[in-house]
Ligand binder design. Structure first.
Ligand code: GTP
Ligand code: MG
Length: 332
């Protein structure tokens, strides 16, 4: 640990809800230094019994749909109900999205000043798997620090939606009215993952278009089969500017929680998520270990070349790589 930063400094600080220490603990779990990683593991182990009490809400949608503005509006609403909220983001593609993270900070200006809100963009510049692990761990730390609601905002499009779906209880998809699904780059698969769809910016001239879109999406969702949760996804309209619909969305999230807690799905889903996370972590460790052996790395490159030239099937190449890895770990 850094001088003065003992295990109990982190653990006690986080458990007492000290925001400065919470921020430092998140920095620790994001660090690549082997010593920091070891310490981060120890901190997470200690706080684990105090995690899991929040509701985890993922918010996704194309850039500009209004995710940050919406989270600020809903966040302020929830904070007024005497709850503590944390906002994390998941950002796999570093340099391009830096601007939007800075933008988010200013957009969530009011929320970020609130003593019951904690806003933290995840470190970027990693492959999605690494970023997702950091966000999950940050989420656990926020729970241990006493936050009741954790929002995870996706930044950018693509794989991050799936990663977020895998770490939250409730997955909210924001959509714009009047822009076709194609335009919004939202695939059917993502709509199927949503527990609710909210049509954003339902204000001014947009109100009518928003309720038309609501009807359209309601119809589209009817065509999907009922998800494992047994919950029928809802379609709502909202405006972060006027505040319309914000309370309804919060109510829907609570209904979802009540219903799935009663059915047992809520806990089942979380334990399935933890098992999947364990497998992800293990895969990452094996990959990291594998790439530390020079002979395996060069074997990998030559096998790739053979596959490109159609000299070797992917299956045999994978087997050969595994054999080489076994040899490498037998003679250190
Ligand atoms: N009229 C109206 N404009 C909104 C509303 N919510 C957001 N906006 C505007 O839409 C733009 C994008 O909002 P953001 O909240 O930054 O969108 P985002 O989805 O977080 O964007 P990225 O983080 O860049 O992906 C901003 O100019 C907002 O002022 C709303 O409810 N009504
Ligand atoms: Mg944003």
């Amino acid at each position: 640990m850094k001088p003065g930063f003992s295990l109990s400094y982190y653990v006690d600080g986080v458990l007492s809800g000290n925001r400065v220490v919470l921020g430092q603990a998140i920095t620790l779990v994001e660090s690549f230094l082997p010593k920091d990683q070891e310490n981060a593991g120890a901190v997470l182990e200690k706080i684990l019994p105090d995690t899991g009490k929040s509701i985890r809400v993922g918010v996704t949608g194309v850039p500009g749909v209004g995710k940050s503005t919406f989270i600020e509006a809903l966040g302020l609403y929830v904070v007024r109900q005497e709850k503590k909220i944390a906002v994390l983001s998941i950002d796999p593609s570093s340099p391009l999205t830096k601007g939007s993270i800075l933008g988010d900070k200013t957009r969530m200006e009011e929320l970020s000043k609130n003593p019951n809100a904690f806003i933290r963009p995840t470190a970027s510049g990693l492959a999605i798997g690494g970023v997702a692990n950091h966000t999950r761990e940050a989420m656990l730390l926020c729970e241990a620090a006493g936050f009741d609601v954790i929002f995870v905002e996706t930044v950018g499009v693509g794989q991050s939606e799936v990663s977020v779906k895998k770490m939250v209880d409730f997955f909210l998809l924001l959509m714009l009215a009047g822009a076709g699904d194609e335009l919004q780059g939202i695939k059917k698969g993502i709509m199927e993952m949503a527990d609710a769809i909210a049509i954003t910016k339902a204000d001014g001239d947009n109100i009518k278009k928003a309720s038309e879109a609501q009807a359209d999406y309601q119809h589209a969702l009817h065509l999907f089969s009922t998800p494992d949760s047994g919950w029928k996804p809802k379609v709502l309209t909202t405006s972060a500017l006027s505040g319309d619909g914000i309370d309804k969305i919060w109510k829907v999230i609570q209904q979802y929680r009540d219903q799935t807690e009663k059915s047992g799905y809520f806990d089942q889903n979380r334990s399935d998520q933890n098992i999947a996370w364990f497998h992800d972590c293990f895969d990452q460790l094996v990959r990291a270990d594998l790439s530390q052996h020079q002979s395996v790395r060069s074997n990998l490159i030559s096998l790739e070349e053979e596959i490109r030239q159609s000299k070797l099937s992917a299956r045999s190449a994978a087997q050969q790589l595994l054999d080489r890895y076994h040899q490498a770990i037998q003679k250190p």
